[in-house]
Design a protein around this ligand. Structure first.
Ligand SMILES: Cc1cc2nc3c(=O)[nH]c(=O)nc-3n(C[C@H](O)[C@H](O)[C@H](O)COP(=O)(O)OP(=O)(O)OC[C@H]3O[C@@H](n4cnc5c(N)ncnc54)[C@H](O)[C@@H]3O)c2cc1C
Length: 388
């Protein structure tokens, strides 16, 4: 395994950094205030190949690998976490599922407009009473000839208020846990489908989050994604890719926090000296920098494992857990370096502090990651005869 990025990958990182510094960074604070998704930047990013860089060229993607996606992902987050949260729901959660389980028609129809940055997609599992216990969802699909009638509600769905295309996971009435789940691709404007107004959130504020309501929503069987009754089996198979990328949200925010706090520490003087000369400030800088470096190195390893077809259930949970804890310490330390200025909206650290909090909740909470790690370890350690 090569730990360094290739010339080409370094060039990509540099280009995306420049794009973000000129387009996204100057607007990030305002987007946080207005809670508006920046469609113009999304489209611009699409025209440069930064949306769906890992998707096949024949469906409008960049034809690159997951590492290319990880590099762009981290740079987008470093500039504006909310922007990337929405991009990720479209070109990873929505698009990867269509790519893996969709028919040729579905791929040709739904992937190119996303890669061009023209439309957003959503992937909806969570319901008001089903969060961590995802297999307890209650929304239903009843077969009626060539159609299915969908009823139920989804909540906390990234992009739902503005997404053109939405994958929803629902179940056949009476089925439980892993059985009876089916995924459907819905389109805005369908009769019986509505998405409420966006929630007012603590962080990631330019990424619209909301609900999906399905009331006797009649959906043709051509809109089924993958196999009827197999949605949960499909979901667990495609989770590895998504989980491997999520830690780059933590890494991107922590890197941003490091960059601004290092600059500030050098420029700020107290007691007649730059505060960067005080050992207690240096301690914080070294702690943030070390956390970022360790998290990124392990995150690259997990991406490498996915690309090489290896199972990463335990490793992806480990890096999600580690990186999302690491970033909480990083933004805490960075804000402390800023003192009172860190508490003001004048500097971006206040936004990073709020944005980072989601990383211990979304895409599986920290508690659930620990549960997965322990379950995998216990499973591996048990003598084979004892396994139930
Ligand atoms: C901004 C945002 C965007 C989101 N985007 C999407 C999206 O696009 N699509 C989607 O489907 N979902 C999305 N979600 C939902 C997200 O995945 C859930 O919020 C998350 O899975 C946790 O579920 P919950 O909020 O219902 O918390 P709960 O599951 O109710 O958990 C509450 C607390 O109990 C703990 N807990 C629960 N079970 C256990 C256990 N077995 N052991 C120990 N502790 C436990 C949790 O860790 C947590 O601390 C989003 C959420 C947010 C906030």
């Amino acid at each position: 395994m090569d730990f360094g990025l290739s010339e080409e990958q370094l060039m990509l990182k540099d280009q995306v950094r420049k794009f973000c510094e000129s387009k996204l960074v100057p607007q990030a604070q305002e987007l946080d205030e207005t809670q508006e998704f920046p469609w113009d930047i999304y489209k611009h990013a699409g025209s440069l190949g930064y949306i769906g860089p890992h998707l096949p060229v024949e469906y409008g993607g960049g034809g690159g690998d997951l590492l290319a996606k990880a590099i762009i992902y981290e740079e987008f987050v470093r500039a504006c976490f909310g922007f990337n949260l929405s991009v990720n729901a479209a070109d990873l959660l929505f698009a990867n599922n269509v790519l893996k389980y969709g028919t040729e028609e579905q791929k040709k129809k739904y992937l190119p407009p996303i890669c061009k940055g023209e439309v957003l997609g959503s992937w909806a599992l969570t319901e008001p009473e089903s969060g961590s216990d995802a297999l307890s969802i209650k929304s239903t699909a009843v077969k009626q000839g060539d159609y299915f009638i969908l009823n139920g509600q989804k909540t906390f769905i990234t992009n739902a208020p503005v997404a053109q295309y939405l994958i929803v996971i629902v179940r056949e009435p009476g089925t439980k846990r892993m059985e009876g789940g089916t995924a459907f691709i819905l389109e805005q404007g369908m009769k019986g489908l509505s998405t409420g107004t966006k929630f007012d959130k603590m962080g990631a504020r330019c990424s619209p989050t909301g609900e999906i309501f399905m009331e006797d929503l009649k959906v043709h069987k051509d809109q089924v994604l993958g196999e009827v009754g197999r949605a949960f089996h499909q979901m667990f198979q495609s989770l590895d890719v998504e989980r491997a990328l999520t830690p780059f949200s933590s890494i991107g925010i922590a890197q941003a926090a490091l960059d601004v706090s290092l600059k500030y520490a050098i420029e700020r003087s107290q007691f007649g000296r730059s505060i960067s000369e005080f050992q207690l400030i240096q301690e914080k800088i070294s702690r943030i920098a070390t956390g970022v470096e360790i998290a990124r190195t392990f995150a690259y390893k997990v991406v490498w494992m996915v690309q090489n077809g290896m199972k990463v259930t335990k490793e992806a949970a480990m890096i999600k857990y580690y990186a999302s804890r690491m970033v909480q310490h990083a933004v805490h330390d960075a804000l402390q370096i800023f003192g009172g200025y860190g508490y003001m909206k004048e500097y971006p650290i206040e936004r990073y502090y709020r944005d980072a909090r989601l990383l211990e909740i979304g895409a599986g909470t920290t508690e659930i990651q620990k549960t997965i790690i322990a379950r995998e370890l216990v499973h591996q350690a048990k003598p084979k005869g004892d396994l139930k």
